[in-house]
Design a protein around this ligand. Sequence first.
Ligand SMILES: Nc1ncnc2c1ncn2[C@@H]1O[C@H](COP(=O)(O)OP(=O)(O)OP(=O)(O)O)[C@@H](O)[C@H]1O
Ligand SMILES: [Mg+2]
Length: 423
Amino acid sequence: MCAVSLAGKRGDEAGDAGRSALVGRGVEQARLDALPASAREGRSGVVLVSGEAGVGKTALLEYAAGRAGAMRVLRARGVEAESGLAFAALDELLRPVLSCLDGLPARQAAALRSALALSESSDVDRFAIYVATLGLLAAAAEDAPLLVLVDDAHWLDGSSADALVFAGRRLEAEGIALVFAARVGDLEEFVAPGFEELHVGGLDRAAAARLLERDGARVIAPDVIDRLTAETAGNPLALIELGELLSSEQLAGEQPLGEPLAAGDAAQRAFLRRARALSVPGYHALVVATAAGDGELGPLLGALEALGVGAQPLADVEAAGLVTIADGRLTFAHPLVRSAVYTAAEPAERRRAHRALADAPGEQRAEIALTVARGATNREAGAALFLSPKTIEFHLGRVYRKLGVRSRTELAHVLRDVVAPDR
Ligand SMILES: Nc1ncnc2c1ncn2[C@@H]1O[C@H](COP(=O)(O)OP(=O)(O)OP(=O)(O)O)[C@@H](O)[C@H]1O
Ligand SMILES: [Mg+2]
């Protein structure tokens, strides 16, 4: 038995997200009820919730979290900007149960500590790390069954994905319910052979109608429901977006719906419609933001100045609900806003945005990469360069991806000739 820090909440403290009603997901909800029920009886299991963007995978994980009762809930999600940072997601997932490390065989505990950068040792014994991941989860499940939720698994860094798949394939009688959620058809893929897949498809017409009518709060013409259901293939995100975009006359069937709404990537198209309704400077600012991605505002503001757009149009973008700006950071309302707008932008406009963005942070990233390659931790590099460790981590993720490396050791190796003269 080991103490589990508060961050690993019990299910009954895990928020009320699961209580917000989902429409039309009886089958999926039943499966996600059964998995933890088995875990409570000491039988572990793994399910991969899969489906296209906006179909409701996160909503189902929230449902599971809300129903966890006395189970301990551990959560992590893949983050696109961190997909090059080895063990970033595993670190997020295991942090609340790290006190259980002391109960593991010394070699495993040491390997996991070094993977999560809790020790100075840099030798990476992947097998020991994977075994320790399984051991740590099992130890954490000793005093209460465990619900482990991993969202956006398609963006997991490869090392975390490998460790979690390894652990998932070996679960037996620990009392652990492990649920992954991942997009299908995405460029980045989460490969999990052998896991039961719970594929989430579009809502049927009746469920789409309930969603559009907000459970009876408004009435929508039957043929409008037919058309929206057909054109979104029942994708909840696209239904919600279109329901907000159309006028009340259109929803009542009194005015035509206009152009074909959304074939195929329904959710993307819905966001794109909203982006195109922006002012011209607002749209330009949004395109530059899509090239920058979620993160600190500094580089984006610099690029907008350089392009003569200025910062003001960002306020329109925020007012349109496409991004939020807080604490000096910009976050897209949904990852699809970013991919939809970026993909639809003219190539020349994308190139211009990247060039403007590359000017300033390029040098900063080089400095960060060199500092880290010389052996500094994120905290030390942050202190040396007057940046937060999070900012260091963010830029380092980009550097990793650009250089095709997965760890500090690999980075140091690639940069050895540049770093050497300083030694
Ligand atoms: N069955 C449902 N009933 C009501 N609302 C739903 C349902 N499914 C999803 N939604 C709503 O639709 C939106 C998109 O759902 P969600 O974020 O869960 O999609 P996702 O599959 O996780 O997408 P992504 O791949 O982009 O992460 C959310 O606002 C969510 O609350
Ligand atoms: Mg999601």
